[in-house]
Design a protein around this ligand. Structure first.
Ligand code: M6R
Length: 607
């Protein structure tokens, strides 16, 4: 989603901002722009499409500056266009603003400013901000920003520069992520760490309401009440290599291949000699006994991981768990109270819907446990306890290694609760962990079979619709397979519980319709196979994902994808790998932008 980069210091801000924007491309965007101060004058340029369009539209080499802000826009208010792209500039062309988030009262503010004589060119909510600051300006940009943000409602991370005060950059964080980074020769602001890490690893994760007044060689942070405040400077362990493709054609295929290593690492930190080690994230026996309800909430792929977590808790702890997608969670009566445990799953730790669910849970006094990948993210900071996934940076929009590490984290959490609740024994925990330890090399085995997945991709790439099916835990894996395929191939793909098809959806099956059947769960295998017979009889081309000891389905599948055998509970970790590869190769064959699929954003920071 939208990305902000800003620099104020001794180096060439123009270059730093343009390069920083390139690092944010993975978040998803449709236009980009930059404002810089040169000889006391504000210069702004914006273009639709990729950052290279912006670079080519302008002779930036002659525009060295020490102070600049840039933005990649993912359209919310108004179509992708040059006028709607950021930065937005005040009518007097003195103040430029980049904004992530949504200003909810922008219509009201725009009407008030229009009455005062301001003109609005764009369809955006953001354009009110530079004009509001201009209206409040009385010789001091910080003072004008303070007055202006007091009138803003909604979510906003802002970068602001002012031609009248060319050595100042103001940053604001309110319910939308923004980091502040300290380099030897200057300061950066950014939506995430990827665009600053090549310069410095000294990061301040700004808190809600923070405003930073950045000069070339000093800075001051103010809190939500506009009082000066010190914030901790963290030295972040993240290398710029983490954000490179390292010889792979795409981040997606690199991240798929990273899974064996990443999973080995995650499994090894979550236990010591088969004794679960969740460190500060573990609940005590008393806390566990006090919980009356357990909820899991998340979005997209993270929600599918959450559903696997629900299955694992219900199986191991033998208590019911309510799983609800985060954008619904907040608006439904979930009956949460101060004895509830609410588990949030989020790769980025910044997803607006998941964050809203967190706030809702806390409002009712619930304990909140976050399972997230990004250290220092908003969700990690606001939750009571955090289990980190340690997947490393996930750049491709389609989530792969974050999913498998989320699932592993949830298994460990479920085992920990079950053990403390005396629902399983330490021997059973050891058996599950021993099987988990085999998973990385089992994934390596699946990854060796690339040619098979390329062929399957070739067979399905021209389909009008594709279906994924499965029963029980396999249905969750089917949903993840369908999401992965549709988001990067743009082929309509839907997941159905195998047994539900005959209640309506089987009408969609035509001669040759591809159906990928996930069939790993031994207790429902025969029923799944009968459902596949029904599909084959109606012309579907069934491709089955089965464990390699399973002989039954070979007669009724046109294609078989065999995965190594594991415990039924752990099959989502293996069955998802062919799904990821099929999605990757299908997208590649169709010539799509594999890492940055259309209309999507990596970090969805608006509700
Ligand atoms: O950062 P999060 O895990 O909170 O993101 C949630 C979803 O937006 C995300 O999982 C999305 O569905 C994936 N990009 C799909 O591959």
């Amino acid at each position: 989603m939208c990305g902000i980069v800003g620099y104020n210091g001794k180096k060439n801000a123009t270059e730093i901002v343009i390069n920083g924007l390139k690092k944010l491309e993975y978040r998803g965007y449709d236009s980009a722009g930059i404002s810089l101060v040169k000889d006391g004058k504000l210069i702004t340029n914006k273009e639709v499409g990729r950052i290279k369009n912006l670079e080519e539209s302008f002779d930036f080499s002659s525009l060295n500056s020490n102070n600049a802000i840039g933005h990649t826009r993912w359209a919310t208010h108004g179509v992708p266009s040059k006028i709607n792209a950021h930065p937005h500039v005040s009518n007097d062309e003195s103040i430029a603003v980049v904004h992530n988030g949504i200003i909810e009262n922008y219509v009201e503010l725009r009407d008030e400013l229009t009455e005062k004589g301001y003109n609005f060119k764009s369809q955006t909510d953001t354009e009110v901000i530079p004009n509001l600051i201009s209206e409040n300006y009385n010789g001091d940009i910080l003072d004008a920003v303070f007055k202006s943000i007091d009138s803003l409602k909604g979510a906003y991370a802002l970068g602001i520069i002012d031609g009248n005060e060319p050595d100042r950059l103001i940053a604001v964080r309110h319910s939308s992520p923004l980091i502040f980074a300290i380099d030897k020769d200057g300061y950066l602001i950014a939506s995430d760490i990827t665009s600053v890490i090549e310069h410095t690893n000294k990061i301040i994760y700004l808190e809600d309401g923070d405003v930073v007044d950045i000069r070339e060689d000093s800075y001051t942070i103010y809190d939500a009440n506009h009082n000066k405040i010190e914030r901790e400077i963290l030295e972040v362990d993240y290398s710029s290599q983490d954000a490179s493709k390292e010889g792979y054609d795409h981040f997606l295929i690199k991240e798929i291949h990273e899974q064996p290593k990443v999973l080995r690492d995650v499994i090894s930190v979550k236990h010591k000699d088969y004794k679960i080690n969740l460190e500060d994230a573990a609940f005590t026996k008393e806390e566990i006994e006090n919980f009356n309800k357990i909820f899991i909430t998340a979005c997209g792929t993270a929600f599918h991981a959450g559903e696997v977590g629900k299955f694992a808790i219900e199986k191991l702890v033998k208590v019911p768990v309510v799983a609800e997608i985060a954008s619904e969670f907040r608006y439904k009566n979930m009956f949460i109270d101060d004895k509830s445990l609410v588990i949030l799953v989020s790769q980025s730790g910044e997803t607006a819907d998941t964050l809203a669910a967190l706030k809702e849970a806390k409002k009712h006094g619930a304990k909140v446990l976050a399972i997230t990948n990004v250290v220092g993210s908003t969700i990690a900071r606001e939750a009571d306890k955090v289990i980190y996934c340690y997947a490393g940076p996930e750049i491709s929009v389609a989530s792969t290694k974050a999913y498998t590490t989320q699932v592993i984290s949830l298994y460990f959490m479920a085992m920990d609760i079950a053990l403390k609740a005396e629902k399983i024994s330490q021997d059973e925990v050891k058996e599950i962990i021993e099987n988990l330890e085999k998973i990385p090399s089992q994934i390596e085995e699946i990854l060796e079979d690339k040619e098979n997945f390329k062929e399957i991709a070739d067979e399905i790439k021209d389909a009008k619709s594709i279906f994924y099916t499965g029963r029980s835990l396999d249905y969750i894996t089917a949903k993840e397979g369908a999401l992965k395929l549709k988001e990067i191939s743009y082929i309509h793909t839907e997941a159905f519980p195998s047994g539900e098809l005959k209640h309506g959806s089987i009408a969609l099956i035509e001669e040759g319709t591809p159906v990928i059947s996930v069939a790993t769960q031994k207790d429902v295998l025969e029923k799944t196979l009968s459902n596949n017979q029904e599909l084959t009889a109606r012309g579907a081309k069934v491709i089955s994902i089965i464990e390699n000891n399973n002989v039954f389905s070979k007669d009724i599948s046109e294609d078989i994808i065999e995965i190594p055998e594991t415990m039924d509970l752990l099959t989502p970790l293996l069955a998802v790998i062919p799904e990821q590869l099929i999605a990757y190769y299908t997208s590649l064959l169709l010539g799509n932008d594999v890492d940055k699929p259309r209309n999507l954003a990596k970090s969805v920071t608006v509700e």
